[in-house]
Design a protein around this ligand. Structure first.
Ligand code: AMP
Ligand code: MN
Ligand code: MN
Ligand code: MN
Length: 286
């Protein structure tokens, strides 16, 4: 069975609708797909409905990716098999999206001081009701010629320490783990090698994530080497965590697609080792 447990739709900063995403997952040979939009579960119901209506051979895992604070850093925690109707959980996610809106307002003010005016209305129009992300800012800044690529716009304006970067008061990592558990899900430390931490700090992060009750670490993400995968699995073993895999798909690129290169070796215990993989496992999405 092929699992891809990290992906995005138009409901945050992906480019495909939930219906298009599940269709692509099937085309790509994925059997179980988690949709994990940034701080929202808005795409799940439509994705599930599409699977039912079109009788697609795909199991949807109800997911979310929560932006968190850990020390002075931002880290991402993926929740899998959460109940997307849990009222407390939905309220928590709404508070995160409110922080996204406030951060966006401040980002626009800072960019205006650098003579890039009227960014907020453009970004709100681009997002069209989705959870507002830096990706929306990046797309706008590229479209008005402020940078030549998405990567460059982060390097120049939106990355940590740049003029458009505004730290946000995200939920503390340990509280995000509690939110996910209270909504019936498992908590996964997303792409631990993308936070630009030294090895020592990656180890510290894994240790603190485990002591906060975290369940799994994503040991396979795009552009990660087999050696890195082994090292991350060793960290899982050290702390009694299982392993997750995800493409973090936002849109098709030459190096990334749904389900691409997500192979685990037999010695690894996957996060799904104790899942009863039937549609009934996933909470009804209304
Ligand atoms: P946010 O959660 O709003 O802070 O936005 C973070 C998102 O920006 C990530 O989920 C990525 O999709 C995107 N992102 C971060 N860094 C880069 C980069 N260097 N190039 C392209 N996209 C990026
Ligand atoms: Mn993203
Ligand atoms: Mn992420
Ligand atoms: Mn992601």
């Amino acid at each position: 069975m092929k699992f891809d447990l990290h992906s995005h739709t138009l409901c945050s900063d992906g480019v495909l609708s939930p219906a298009e995403l599940v269709a692509r997952a099937v085309e790509r040979g994925v059997d179980a797909l988690a949709i994990t939009d940034h701080d929202t579960v808005a795409g799940l119901a439509l994705a599930q409905q599409t699977i039912i209506d079109q009788q697609l051979p795909l199991t949807l895992i109800n997911g979310v990716e929560i932006s968190c604070r850990w020390l002075e850093l931002e880290v991402h925690i993926v929740g899998l098999n959460i109940n997307p109707q849990c009222p407390e959980f939905l309220a928590h996610l709404a508070s995160q999206r409110q922080r996204r809106l406030e951060r966006a307002e401040e980002m626009a003010r800072r960019l205006a001081k650098s003579h890039i005016a009227d960014v907020l209305p453009a970004v709100l129009a681009l997002a069209n009701g989705a959870a507002l992300t830096r990706t929306h800012f990046a797309r706008h800044l590229v479209s008005i010629g402020k940078a030549s690529s998405m990567n460059n716009v982060f390097k120049k304006y939106l990355g940590r320490g740049k003029i458009g970067y505004v730290p946000s008061n995200w939920v503390d990592m340990a509280d995000a783990v509690k939110w996910i558990h209270n909504a019936g899900g498992v908590a996964v430390l997303a792409h631990p090698l993308k936070y630009q931490l030294t090895t020592k700090w990656v180890k510290r992060l894994a240790e603190q994530f485990a002591s906060a009750g975290g369940d799994a670490i994503e040991i396979i993400s795009p552009q990660q080497t087999p050696v890195q995968k082994r090292e991350l699995w060793a960290l899982c073993q050290l702390h009694g965590l299982t392993a997750s895999v995800g493409s973090d798909f936002h849109q098709q690129t030459s190096w990334n697609d749904l389900g691409k290169n997500l192979y685990l070796t037999d010695d690894v215990t996957p996060v799904w080792h104790n899942w009863a993989l039937e549609p009934a496992l996933n909470h009804a999405v209304g």
